[in-house]
Write a protein that binds this ligand. Structure first.
Ligand SMILES: [Zn+2]
Length: 407
């Protein structure tokens, strides 16, 4: 029976040679052509800036910044960065006018991500002005430090304080300066831990830390436990030994929720094999980053094995029908292979990423994919695809956009 969620993967698996059809020059040409297509569609009006990095124009600015950092596009660098500045300046004006202060602290859906991207673009252009958006970003610390600053759930990645910590990680990596003091970061980590302990106790759950978002106990990267724990791991050197114990206990708890190489979208759900979600947002392709980080921190082979199993599921079921993006699309699946390449050095994963890249431009994919809301966007549309293709040119530096485990 045909799977509703994914295309059948008819590619032969790796037999020792990479794909010859996809040389770097053809990827470079595809990237440039796709960027042209995106720039024709991205809105430039102040009223169209909703959606932040996730599916607003700001995500396009980030993509252009990312491409401009790649040596293959040295000749386009200046044009791409100046275009990125035009786009992000409108988004900054939009978020400066945002009435609701709490949404301003949101990473993927709000102001924190926009200010962070503005700082990166300005810095890349050599403008000392980068301090302005950076200062606005730093000031959001006060907004997201209080334990219950958001009613819907204060801890997850898109609008909560894990997202804010994730942005700090990206900024520190790209700007090469300290963004917050260790005490400030520690205070946010402690709020995450206190909040997770309180929730777990209130719900009398068996596990040490748990969270909900709009009432749902998500496990995946989008709003769930895995990306929250990933951020704690990213700053684990700042935690006390008791806090670390809670964190590792929770990592192992989540590891034990695996059902045949995948994780249900929410705690306690049973995965239906015919209809399972194999997305970055919900499922193994996003949870894999937590176990990658866990492996990088303590080198326990079981964490790497968990990532490898996730990759096998993605090879089978990752040719998704929900578009070309990174959230629940083919590029998001392919990023798992680039992650596994960086963890293992095994060329099999480059080959698999190449095959998924190839599939993105087939008639079968174009005819069988559902349409996405904003075709230019970073998480659902073509900007995420462009980031993936650029990373395929430099797999040793590849990272899922704005979600690094290697720093
Ligand atoms: Zn998604």
């Amino acid at each position: 029976m045909e799977n509703k969620r994914c295309f059948a993967n008819r590619f032969a698996d790796y037999k020792g040679a990479l794909c010859t059809g996809q040389n770097n020059d053809s990827i470079v040409r595809t990237v440039k052509a796709t960027i042209e297509k995106i720039l024709k569609k991205v809105p430039t009006d102040l009223k169209d800036c909703d959606g932040g990095l996730y599916d607003g124009p700001a995500g396009v600015a980030y993509m252009l910044y990312h491409v401009s950092e790649c040596p293959w596009f040295a000749q386009q660098r200046d044009v791409y960065l100046k275009t990125a500045k035009q786009i992000i300046d409108v988004s900054v004006r939009y978020v400066d006018g945002e009435q609701e202060e709490n949404m301003r602290a949101a990473f993927l859906l709000g102001g924190a991500g926009i200010y962070a991207t503005a700082a990166m673009v300005y810095k890349a252009l050599g403008l000392s002005d980068f301090v302005k958006p950076l200062t606005k970003f730093r000031n959001l610390w006060e907004v997201c430090a209080p334990m219950n600053f958001l009613e819907c759930g204060s801890d997850e990645l898109f609008v909560g304080r894990s997202g804010y910590l994730c942005a700090v990680l990206v900024l520190r990596q790209k700007l090469e300066i300290e963004i917050l003091s260790p005490d400030q970061i520690k205070a946010i980590c402690q709020a995450i831990i206190a909040s997770g302990k309180q929730y777990a106790r209130k719900k009398r759950t068996a596990f040490p830390l748990m969270y909900s978002y709009y009432g749902t106990e998500y496990l995946g990267a989008a709003h769930g436990l895995s990306s929250i724990l990933q951020m704690l791991l990213s700053y684990q050197e700042l935690l006390s030994s008791a806090e670390k114990e809670l964190m590792w206990g929770s990592v192992d708890f989540l590891m034990n929720q695996e059902q045949n190489c995948n994780w249900p979208a929410e705690l306690g759900a049973v995965i239906d094999r015919e209809n399972e979600l194999v997305h970055w947002c919900h499922g193994a392709p996003g949870v894999a980053y937590l176990f990658a980080k866990a492996y990088l921190v303590n080198k326990k082979p079981q964490y790497l094995d968990t990532c490898i199993r996730s990759g096998e599921l993605v090879w089978q079921k990752g040719l998704l029908k929900k578009g070309p993006g990174i959230c629940h699309g083919v590029a998001g699946s392919a990023y798992v292979f680039l992650l596994l390449y960086r963890l293992t050095g095994n060329s099999k994963y480059i080959y698999r990423a190449q095959r998924f890249a190839e599939f993105l431009f087939t008639d079968e994919f174009k005819a069988g994919s559902s349409s996405v809301n904003s075709v230019y966007s970073l998480f659902e549309g073509l900007s995420g695809t462009v980031c993936f293709l650029v990373d395929l040119l430099q797999p040793d530096k590849s990272e899922f956009p704005l979600f690094t485990v290697f720093v």
